[in-house]
Design a protein around this ligand. Structure first.
Ligand code: PRP
Ligand code: MG
Length: 178
């Protein structure tokens, strides 16, 4: 592991929190969800980053399925709404969709046609960045909706797969990298 330089300015106790998180996640979010203090720490860190960097945020957009575990908690802390991007065929009403490549094969991500007003400032959240295919599709969908994507946030970033490159020009923020 190495720490996110954006987190280096954190209060000392928060730096300790990040260290504790490293030991907990190790590529698996389940232990974090099971431990209320760890889950609070995760949301604290996301919240602190958003308040410092994107105070103008208007909506949090979460990705099916594991982005739904963190997104609504963060949105509620920030006092903003939460919007779902789902896998194909799950959302009611008219939708827009974008195809994306997975390690093996293709998938489609969807958003409700009227989910976002043109120009709304959004942050996308998911649990993990691997190849970046999923977040890339989300960025494309939000572009179609004329949203302004302020940034993308994940709990875990697998650095070797260079997923951050696919998300550009949207900045990526990750709590834990390895
Ligand atoms: C996993 C993970 C991320 C995505 C990252 O989702 O939750 O969303 O893969 O991979 P990528 O960067 O290569 O696109 P997955 O669709 O496998 O499962 P989920 O429905 O449990 O979130
Ligand atoms: Mg996922």
């Amino acid at each position: 592991f190495f720490t996110n330089p954006l987190l280096s300015g954190l209060h000392h106790s928060m730096a300790g929190t990040v260290l504790a998180l490293w030991q907990k996640v190790l590529g698996d979010i389940c232990p974090v969800l099971k431990d209320p203090e760890a889950l609070t720490a995760v949301i604290d860190l996301f919240e602190q980053h958003v308040r410092q960097t994107y105070p103008q945020v208007e909506l949090i957009v979460g990705l099916d399925a594991r982005g739904f575990l963190f997104g609504p908690l963060l949105a509620q802390r920030l006092g903003v709404g939460f919007v779902l991007i789902r896998k194909k065929g799950k959302l009611p009403g008219p939708t827009q969709s974008v195809g994306y490549t997975l390690e093996y094969g293709m998938a489609e991500a969807e958003i409700q046609e009227d989910a976002i007003d043109a120009g709304q400032k959004v942050i996308i959240i998911d649990d993990l960045l691997a190849t970046g295919g999923t977040l890339y599709a989300a960025c494309e969908l939000l572009k179609k909706q004329s949203a302004e994507v302020l940034g993308c946030m994940v709990l875990i970033e697998l650095k070797d797969l260079n997923g951050a490159e696919r998300v550009k020009p949207s900045p990526l923020f990750s709590l834990v990298q390895y």
